[in-house]
Design a protein around this ligand. Structure first.
Ligand code: MOS
Length: 724
């Protein structure tokens, strides 16, 4: 029997709050943490196999066109240029059939061949020496060089925004620009492929194994059942490992051809080129309000880019329709088809840049209206979802703003340029945080052994987020075991298919499937005890029904197995599901150099049940740190002549480093969201970045009076506007 749940109705029961073990939600350290920091946990690039050969990807040196000739190099095992492998350059690009003809190039840096040799060094040298000839095409690489696509289903309008703008007491009409950004996961993309007969096993860095398995089968022209993927440890993904990348397909094709294991590891510059980027955005915000600061008009126009034919386009305005009320609205979404590297999901696609810019615009409106920015936000929070009239599954924005203001000391904020300490202007900024929430189908198997240990098996991944730990906590809580009594096995497509890690849906989706599997085991134990499940208490390895107390290892003779299967249901549509929060930043801006230092940050978040306060906090810290990056440092620069990425290592692509990140406080509002099922937990992996950069940018304005709308706010842009 499988315990199957389709979430068609809210679950108000809070069953997990009635469990006795008391481990769920606790801030326990990651169960695999010691294994990781002592080097015991190996990643794909660490993996080896008997007789393994090494492959190095060769990248296109033209922006578009086709490969006409691939030369030969001595001393190598093979030069592979199968169009199928090479089209799989990034997520969203479909593979072509085996007779696809000559290799098409869509961006400079795309993989066009794999050189395989006995050693990495020989493969690298040969990859350098390999001559590739192209028939090149002249193509646009700048977003404003083309007439963008305007897909009908991505536009919407209600009321009359122009009239609202005209009649407004106060208004903002400005344009912002955010640059391309990289996921910049620490672990480079890597794969080791090995065939046994018709079946291939690939160890790789991947976020969503079930999805990747389908992509891989498609790329190799074999059945899903012939592909086994392993990703027990993944050193960050941030979207760049949602789908398979060139290195994994290349390794699989080379291994099949050579009849031996092949490893392919991307160099850091290749990771920048070949893992998809977040599109740059140009956003025009039009906001209109009356004399009380009540919004009458919201206009959000976005221009993003991607390769011709790529499905993904950065959903910049995703949260705009429902975050604030306004009778007159207009959403515009345009896509420039240009030949930069493929754009895809990176760290909260949509809200990360959309909410950030929106929240900067709101700060400008608050200034224009002479209303405190917190107060302005509070005056515009809707009761029901604007447009649809649907209820919110929960709406904690007001509470997050009020609690944050209190905790941060917002009352001490003064006017721009009014607080100068030495040569530093000090200012504070606020922004709302919002991110859509959803569940994804997920399965898990849990086995309770006669020794009273639980084994959780699912092809879910832990990409550094804490999945091993929280799934262990859910099983421990539900089965009445301590955490050490649960073995969590992840990252293997031989296990039941989970949601995978992405879109903040992993913890709630896979967590619910584990809960359901454990619920089935609880039923079996209750049967053995002769009582109803509702009257069963499991704690510290014992089962209790009324006056009867038995040790689990006494009553279980053969392993008890539970299979959990979660499916999203009607509550995906019957309510608007989202997570909420508020961001607060205090910055110092140097009056002579324009340098910004973030002095402190604080975030208040509401995401339903918090499964582990330590790993949850870490997720939010990471997101807020990305917010600092978005506001101050991160920019992927493209050469305007050929679109190639100029900033393709971690010295040139500036992720905030330790010295850039101040003390950050994270607080969670106590919340249960019944509309996401019995776990009552929503996603929080991406909430921390949504709007965080706006708090920093708004704080810069509050400090020194400068608005930077062309991100990031590097010193040159600030000093250009600073009044001495
Ligand atoms: Mo996420 S950008 O869906 O890993």
């Amino acid at each position: 029997m499988t315990q199957h749940l389709k979430v068609d109705a809210p679950d108000h029961e809070s069953r997990l709050d009635q469990m006795a073990q008391g481990v769920l939600g606790e801030p326990v350290s990651r169960s695999e943490g010691q294994h990781k920091i002592t080097g015991g946990a190996t990643y794909a690039a660490d993996a080896g196999a008997e007789g393994m050969a090494y492959g190095v990807l060769v990248q296109a040196s033209v922006s578009a066109g086709r490969v006409t000739e691939i030369g030969e190099v001595p001393g190598v095992l093979a030069v592979i240029h199968d169009p199928r492998m090479l089209r799989r350059a990034a997520q969203g690009m479909s593979t072509e059939g085996p007779d696809a003809g000559p290799q098409q190039v869509d961006f400079m840096g795309q993989s066009v061949a794999l050189v395989v040799a006995e050693s990495l060094e020989v493969a690298q040298a040969a990859a350098h020496a390999l001559q590739v000839r192209y028939e090149a095409r002249q193509v646009p690489v700048m977003p404003d060089a083309v007439d963008p696509e305007v897909p009908e289903d991505k536009q919407s309008a209600t009321g009359d925004l122009d009239a609202a703008m005209r009649d407004a007491a106060f208004r903002v009409d400005q344009v912002w620009h955010t640059p391309s950004q990289a996921a910049a996961a620490m672990e480079p993309h890597a794969a080791v492929a090995q065939w046994a007969g018709d079946c291939v096993t690939i160890r790789a860095g991947l976020q969503m194994l079930g999805f990747c398995r389908e992509q891989m089968a498609d790329a190799l022209g074999i059945d899903v059942g012939q592909v086994r993927l392993l990703a027990p440890y993944v050193g960050g993904g941030f979207g760049s490992k949602l789908g398979i990348n060139a290195e994994a397909v290349a390794a699989a094709i080379a291994s099949r051809q050579l009849g031996r294991p092949v490893k392919v590891v991307m160099s850091r510059p290749q990771v920048f080129d070949l893992a998809h980027r977040r599109s740059e955005t140009t956003q025009r915000l039009r906001l209109a309000c009356d004399s009380n600061g009540v919004l009458s008009g919201v206009g959000h126009e976005a221009l993003v880019s991607n390769l011709p034919g790529s499905e993904f386009s950065e959903p910049v305005t995703q949260a705009t329709p429902f975050t604030y009320d306004a009778a007159n609205r207009q959403i515009v979404h345009k896509i420039a088809r240009i030949h930069r590297s493929c754009a895809g999901s990176v760290r909260a696609p949509g809200e990360a840049v959309g909410v950030t810019v929106f929240e900067c615009a709101l700060d400008e409106l608050a200034e224009a209206a002479g209303i405190d920015p917190v107060e302005l936000r509070l005056r515009n929070i809707p009761e029901m979802e604007p447009g649809t009239g649907r209820p919110f599954s929960s709406h904690k924005l007001a509470e997050a703003l009020r609690e944050g203001a209190e905790r941060f000391g917002w009352a001490d904020r003064v006017a721009p340029r009014a607080r100068l300490e030495g040569e530093w202007y000090i200012g504070m900024g606020v922004a709302s945080a919002v991110r859509v929430n959803s569940l994804v189908e997920s399965r898990a198997r849990v086995t309770l052994t006669p020794q009273g240990r639980a084994i959780v098996e699912t092809d879910m991944t832990d990409i550094g987020t804490g999945t091993y730990t929280i799934l262990g906590q859910i099983a421990a809580e539900t089965l009445g075991l301590d955490l050490a009594g649960v073995d969590v096995k992840l990252g293997d497509t031989d296990f039941p298919r989970a949601s995978g890690s992405g879109g903040s849906f992993g913890a709630a989706s896979s967590g619910t499937s584990v809960y359901l599997a454990c619920a089935e085991i609880r039923d079996k134990i209750a049967d053995m005890m002769g009582c109803a499940e509702a009257g069963l208490t499991l704690q510290d390895g014992t089962a209790r029904c009324g006056n009867i107390v038995r040790r689990l290892d006494d009553i279980i003779r053969t392993p008890l197995v539970g299979d959990g299967h979660l499916e999203p249901g009607k509550t995906e549509d019957s309510v608007r599901q989202a997570t909420w929060g508020s961001h607060w930043a205090e910055v110092a801006v140097n009056r002579w150099t324009g340098e910004t230092r973030v002095r402190r940050m604080l975030g208040v978040f509401a995401c339903g049940r918090v499964l582990n306060h330590k790993t949850a906090r870490s997720q939010c810290l990471g997101g807020m740190t990305f917010g600092i990056g978005m506001a101050l440092t991160e920019a992927m620069e493209h050469d305007p002549r050929d679109g190639h990425m100029v900033t393709r290592d971690l010295a040139e692509y500036h992720i905030p480093c330790h010295a850039d990140v101040p003390h950050i406080e994270v607080h969670f509002l106590t919340e249960r969201d019944a509309y996401v099922g019995p776990l009552q937990a929503k996603g929080l992996g991406e909430l921390g970045i949504c709007g965080a950069g706006a708090a920093v940018l708004n704080a810069i304005h509050n400090a020194c009076g400068v608005r930077v709308r062309n991100l990031p706010a590097t010193p040159d842009k600030i000093i250009a506007e600073l009044e001495i």
